[in-house]
Design a protein around this ligand. Sequence first.
Ligand SMILES: Cc1cc2nc3c(=O)[nH]c(=O)nc-3n(C[C@H](O)[C@H](O)[C@H](O)COP(=O)(O)OP(=O)(O)OC[C@H]3O[C@@H](n4cnc5c(N)ncnc54)[C@H](O)[C@@H]3O)c2cc1C
Length: 316
Amino acid sequence: MLTVKEYTERFTSGTVKALIYGLMPPGYTVVALFMMLGTRMGGNAGYPLGGAREVMRRMEDKYRSLGGTIRFHSKVDEIVVESGRVTGLRSKGDLYNCDAVIAACDMYDTLYRMLGGKYAHGQLDAMLRSSELFEPICAVSFGLKRRFGIPFSQTFECPEGVRTAPDIVVNRLSLQSFEFDPSAAPENKSSVMVLLASRLDYWQKLREENKAEYDALKRRLADEVADAVDRRIPGFKDAVEVTDVATPATYVRYANLYKGSWEGFAPTPAAIRANIRKTVDGVKGLYLAGQWTTPGGGICTAVKSGKDAVRAAMRG
Ligand SMILES: Cc1cc2nc3c(=O)[nH]c(=O)nc-3n(C[C@H](O)[C@H](O)[C@H](O)COP(=O)(O)OP(=O)(O)OC[C@H]3O[C@@H](n4cnc5c(N)ncnc54)[C@H](O)[C@@H]3O)c2cc1C
């Protein structure tokens, strides 16, 4: 299986190479690149109006309509296993008895904290140890008091660079604009998000040791990004009404993501061949789902794995 680099190096044009590398890192399998382009060009990929919130709301409504109950803000501390079978969950000191558990959250946390590292999963143990992961990112979002007609996705070369960690300067700015989604901003206003590669350890340490400095650097990052965009889209900075900066530490805090990897295992040729088992030896009634169960991660694979896990749990 070719990597993106092996495929791309056949082109002589530096521009074509840069465009391809802008779409996908060189170490990923070229199959992932073709799949991404294929689903887009075939009309099978899209953006759900209302974004992730609307997707979740519909799932929540369906689940509740079927009699399900949800307890938010209930971090699970332990998956209780007795005589080789799941019997419950422990969260904030409370025990919830159950016949089956679908672990749709971080896989490192599931195996090593909730199960206490007592049960082996050959593939996931090895992959969590040494597989390439999606690199941590900062997401800088702006609420703008006007519209600029920015297309959904636009990338600028940024030779002056934006520093996102002591050793990382980003020289390409990838903008995502949500002008097409009425729920993304009030009428006649708009919102734009810029994703930038960064480092987890840097932001996490800063947040733990000096929260005031962490907040100040988030503000500075937003300022630098706004300045850089303003040089390409005049008037941008003046139009900023709201700013939100998520660092890699934010992703760990809110989604408990192993190493801040926002899409799980990178789709390298080796990882993409792994057909990860969705159960754990010695723990009946436990089913694994979510981005960590399919290299390449993403929303579609996470949703599909959730459906598969429900079916497996129903079969018992
Ligand atoms: C900025 C950004 C852009 C992206 N763009 C795309 C895109 O265009 N297309 C795409 O397909 N994917 C995209 N992704 C990736 C995609 O969002 C993820 O792969 C997907 O959301 C993973 O779903 P999941 O259900 O496996 O995990 P998550 O969405 O991380 O959900 C896991 C949930 O489990 C909870 N949890 C964790 N630990 C515990 C615990 N101990 N107890 C209880 N709950 C716990 C977390 O709080 C979280 O709510 C993007 C991600 C980001 C950050």
